[in-house]
Design a protein. Structure first.
Length: 53
């Protein structure tokens, strides 16, 4: 039987959605121009670094 969702579970999911939303503000991440997984991962890392700075 599945566990009932707790407030901390909702907070974690919300944080993940917010993080992805911020990353998708970068056009290359939102539209995924790079067809290779390696390029996409690199694009996400650059966007994350940009957000962090």
């Amino acid at each position: 039987m599945a566990q009932m969702p707790t407030a901390s579970m909702f907070m974690e999911v919300s944080r993940a959605w917010a993080s992805m939303s911020r990353l998708k503000q970068h056009r290359a991440v939102a539209t995924r121009f790079g067809k290779l997984a390696v390029r996409f991962e690199a694009t996400v890392q650059v966007a994350a670094i940009h957000q962090w700075l």
